[in-house]
Structures are given as structure tokens and as C-alpha cells.
Write a protein that binds this ligand. Structure first.
Ligand SMILES: Nc1ncnc2c1ncn2[C@@H]1O[C@H](COP(=O)(O)OP(=O)(O)O)[C@@H](O)[C@H]1O
Ligand SMILES: [Mg+2]
Length: 520
């Protein structure tokens, strides 16, 4: 399956940011239709000054400081862009039991998908109306749900943003059906996790990019590794500088093909079931969290950092680090939103019930605080909210699907789910490109170059020394030869003088002999 525009178009380093799924929408993000003014969903920076103000006054602890600093630093090529959390509501079809038991009752909700509205019946003659970003009826296919809820987030992750897709709702309303179905027996039933990975693998290039996943369960404030069940107390680490959270203790498995990903999900499910049996709980009491890390290398002109000057001399250019984009997709299948009975009727003690509820109620409190623009957002109150810090009021694109059932028996739970979705729609994120220089790979490249230079230097040094030695030897030879020649010459001169001397002596003796004989 190929994405039509994933990875390339839309956002990126060029400065124009358009949230593909949101830019053209102009419907309302109010709670009840009659009580609020509506706000466009555009992420285009020029079109959303009001939401900018809205976000600026929020206090989000260290991460908000970082965001504001990032968005105003002149060196930063990627300012944050406002992007509201998008919320879709999905209605599960009546199940067999509801079809029989409630056959004569009207459903407690009425959907108006073309108006993107939902009516929640108060009684036979009165209903409250709510607007959502998408209204998905009981007939909505898994494919359509993926396309409206998840695909824009997945495309953003491929472009280098963080993204969150989360399902919230009462147990039995279709959260796992929406997110986690593997669809092996019926491919049309594939859920968001499987379809997301298909789109990711179709868009990345495995020679230069990498995709790796962690799969976790959060239960009673402890994080278990669903890919390595022995690892059942994973700690959350926060980077004090950036506010980014990570789970260094969690298994991170590199994914190269769809089949191995599906097998990993299946394995995670088996481990989840085993862990829950051991803990004597149900999966509806725990949160399942899939994290997909997508790391992409950006070459040349595509990179936002490198766009402003292409005329570097060679030496400077070669010192330029490559650019990488690191998008993280977080898919969260939340625990059932129904409150666990605090009287312990389900076999839980009060303390257990409190602890099981803790993360979900903390999430509700954070969303309320963000929706109301509160000065304090209690992210630190639970592990779930610490993990989702970037997803709500942070730098990620976030899409929430709230799942509801049709039965009037659960009207109370349905109403509270709808209110949760309405508040989440008011949460504004400051979406930011996660692009950075890859200094490690530059350092590796420079190491190789340095090694080459050292080798070349040593080679030249050796050649120089050899040449000096050769010249010295040659000079030595020449000197010895000259000495030899000189000695020869001297010898010759000496014998010549000796001979001349002897000749002269001999001549003198002859003359002497002649003189003496004359005198006689
Ligand atoms: N949209 C849907 N169409 C058909 N069946 C659904 C749909 N949503 C949920 N179901 C069925 O309802 C039951 C409960 O769904 P599930 O996803 O397990 O709920 P949750 O995860 O919210 O507890 C399952 O049997 C599931 O197959
Ligand atoms: Mg479930």
C-alpha cells in the first residue's frame, strides 16, 4: 500500500506548514454547539493567531519553556505551529445482546455524520448536540477510520513530527477493535496499528532510514515490556533540557517488513494476556502503548537546515553534518474509561482501585487543565500523563478517537466519554519538526577522513625520509669516489715528481761523472 503524499509534500523544511487533514476544516471545536464560538482547525501559522495567544498563556512546566524558547530563537529554522488535538467519535454497532435486550429502545445517541455532529438523547423529546472533527457511524469501515483518524498523523510522523493516536472509551466499545486488530483472517478488519506500519514501510527507504518499535503495558503505575515480559518495571527518563521523555529500558525492535511487525504485535498480545492472568486483571484495566520511532536521513535540498546557502567552499561543505528527522508515533489503547467500583465489588481493594484509576483520572485532569488554560497542568501525577506530555499541550500532532456504544443502559458512561472528547478538542499543541544535525555521523565521517589524512601524511613522511637517505648515500658515494680520484691523482703526481727527481739526480750524476773524467 502506498501513500499518495507521505514523506514528501506538505510540511518539511521550507517554512510552509499545512496540516493536511486540518487546514481546510472550518467547523467548530466547541462543547455544545449552542454555547461556543468555533475555531478553524488550520495549522497554517498565518491563519491562527488566536490559538497562538491561547497557547502562549499556558504553563506547561519545563517543556513549555522549551517550546517557547524554540519558537522564538532566531537560529531555529523550524518554529512551532499551533495544532489542536483532533477528536473523532466512533459508534460501535449493536452487539447480539443489545440487539435482543434493547430491541425496543432507541439508541442513546443519534449521529449526523455529514454535519459532524452527535446528538445525545436526554429523554424522549430533548437531546444535547455536540460537534466533533469526525463522526464515524456504526457502518464506518476500518479503512475509513484509519484514513480520517490516523493517516494525517502517520504522514506527519513520516515528515519528522511526533504523533499520537489514542482511543478512549468504556470497555467493550471498540478501542482495541479500532487500534489493535491484526486482520489476518479478514484484511478489511486491519486496525490502525497495522495500517500505520504499512504506510510507514511503504514510504521509508530502509537503506537510509530506520523504523523501530517498543510495545508496552501500563498497569497500576508500572510499565511492562510486552516484547520482553521479564522486563516489568521500566522507568521513564525525562531530558531536563528538552523535556523529551524516553524509556531506555524498553526493548526496541527494528522493523524491516510488515510480517515481522504483525508477529511482534501478536507476541505482545500473548505476553499481555499472560501478564494480566498473573496479575489477576483484565486487559481493559491496563493501557497498551505502541511506540514507533521513524528516523530518516534528509539529503541536500530537502533539509530545512541546509536550505539557505548552497555556495560553501568545499572544506566548509564537507564539515556540514547530515540532517536527520526523527518522528515518533505513539498509539495508545487506553484502559476502559468506566470507573472501577471503589467499594471493591469487582474484587479490588480500595487501594488497587485507586491505583488502577490513577493514570486515567490524571489524564482527565491534565486535559481539563489544558482545555481551561490553567496555570498548572498536573502531568507529573501519573506515568501515563508523563508519557503523554508531548501529546497533549506538547509538540506532537494528536488524534483521539472516542468510542461509544449505542445502548441507553450506558448513557452515563457515553456522556462522560463525549465530554472527555469535547474537552480534548480544546487542547492546542505547538507542533514542531523534529529535525536535527546528525553530529554522530559527521564525527564518524571526520574520523575516517582524519585516518586517511594521517595515513597520507605518514606515507609522505616516509617517502621524504627515503629520499633524504638516498641523497645522503649518493653524496657519500660521490665523496668516496672524489677522494679515490684525488688520491690517485696525488699518487700519480708523486710518482711523476719522484721520477723527475730521479731523472734529475741521474742527470746530475752523469754530468758529475763527465766532469771528473775531463779533469782526469
Ligand atoms: N466497529 C465495530 N464493528 C464491529 N464490531 C465491533 C466494532 N467495535 C467493536 N466491536 C466488537 O465489540 C467487542 C468489544 O470491542 P473491543 O475493541 O474489545 O472493545 P474495547 O477495547 O473498547 O474494550 C469486540 O467483540 C469487537 O469485535
Ligand atoms: Mg480493549
Amino acid at each position: 500500500m502506498a501513500t499518495s503524499s507521505g514523506g514528501g509534500s506538505g510540511s518539511g523544511g521550507g517554512g510552509t506548514y499545512s496540516y493536511r487533514n486540518g487546514a481546510t476544516h472550518s467547523h467548530k471545536s466547541s462543547s455544545k454547539l449552542d454555547t461556543h464560538t468555533h475555531k478553524p482547525l488550520s495549522l497554517n501559522s498565518s491563519s491562527n493567531s488566536s490559538s497562538k495567544n491561547h497557547v502562549k498563556s499556558k504553563s506547561l512546566g519545563p517543556s513549555s519553556t522549551t517550546q517557547r524558547r524554540n519558537s522564538t530563537t532566531s537560529k531555529d529554522h523550524h518554529p512551532s505551529v499551533p495544532g489542536r488535538v483532533r477528536v473523532a467519535v466512533r459508534l460501535r454497532p449493536r452487539n447480539a445482546e443489545e440487539s435482543v435486550a434493547d430491541a425496543d429502545f432507541a439508541d442513546c445517541v443519534e449521529l449526523q455524520p455529514e454535519l459532524k455532529r452527535l446528538k445525545l438523547r436526554k429523554n424522549n423529546w430533548d437531546a444535547d448536540t455536540y460537534a466533533f472533527d469526525e463522526v464515524l457511524t456504526e457502518f464506518a469501515s476500518q479503512k475509513r477510520v484509519y484514513e480520517v483518524v490516523a493517516r494525517p498523523v502517520v504522514e506527519s510522523v513520516l515528515d519528522g513530527y511526533n504523533g499520537t493516536i489514542m482511543a478512549y472509551g468504556q470497555t467493550g466499545t471498540g478501542k482495541t477493535y479500532t487500534l489493535g486488530r491484526l486482520g489476518e483472517e479478514d484484511t478489511a478488519a486491519r486496525g490502525i496499528m497495522v495500517r500505520s506500519m504499512e504506510d510507514i514501510l511503504a514510504d521509508v527507504s530502509l537503506e537510509t532510514d530506520s523504523v523501530s518499535v517498543s510495545y508496552l503495558q501500563l498497569y497500576m503505575e508500572s510499565i511492562q515490556d510486552l516484547l520482553d515480559p521479564a522486563n516489568d518495571n521500566i522507568t521513564i527518563v525525562e531530558d531536563p533540557r528538552t523535556g523529551d521523555v524516553s524509556l531506555p529500558g524498553a526493548s526496541l525492535v527494528e522493523i524491516r517488513d510488515q510480517q515481522s511487525f504483525v508477529e511482534l504485535l501478536r507476541l505482545g498480545e500473548v505476553h499481555r494476556f499472560a501478564a494480566n492472568t498473573k496479575l489477576n486483571t483484565e486487559s481493559s484495566r491496563s493501557h497498551a502503548i505502541l511506540m514507533v520511532h521513524v528516523r530518516r536521513s534528509i539529503k541536500g535540498r530537502d533539509a530545512g537546515h541546509s536550505s539557505e546557502n548552497g555556495n560553501h567552499p568545499h572544506s566548509v561543505k564537507s564539515l556540514k553534518p547530515p540532517v536527520v528527522r526523527k518522528g515518533k508515533l505513539v498509539v495508545v489503547d487506553l484502559a476502559g474509561s468506566e470507573r472501577i467500583d471503589k467499594s471493591g465489588s469487582e474484587g479490588h481493594t480500595l487501594e488497587e482501585a485507586k491505583s488502577i484509576n490513577l493514570s486515567l483520572s490524571a489524564l482527565g485532569k491534565c486535559i481539563n487543565a489544558l482545555a481551561e488554560n490553567s496555570a498548572h497542568v498536573p502531568f507529573r501525577d501519573s506515568k501515563l500523563t508523563r508519557l503523554l506530555r508531548d501529546s497533549f499541550g506538547g509538540t506532537a500532532r494528536t488524534s483521539l478517537v472516542i468510542t461509544i456504544g449505542p445502548s441507553p443502559k450506558h448513557r452515563g458512561e457515553t456522556a462522560s466519554t463525549i465530554m472527555f472528547g469535547q474537552r480534548a478538542m480544546k487542547v492546542e499543541n505547538m507542533v514542531k519538526l523534529k529535525e536535527e544535525f546528525d553530529y554522530k555521523s559527521l564525527a564518524r565521517r571526520l574520523d575516517v577522513e582524519l585516518d586517511k589524512l594521517i595515513m597520507e601524511h605518514e606515507r609522505q613522511q616516509k617517502a621524504f625520509e627515503d629520499e633524504i637517505e638516498r641523497m645522503a648515500t649518493e653524496a657519500q658515494h660521490r665523496l668516496s669516489e672524489a677522494e679515490r680520484n684525488y688520491i690517485d691523482l696525488l699518487e700519480k703526481e708523486k710518482s711523476k715528481y719522484e721520477k723527475d727527481y730521479m731523472d734529475s739526480i741521474r742527470k746530475l750524476e752523469d754530468q758529475l761523472d763527465m766532469c771528473s773524467s775531463c779533469r782526469l
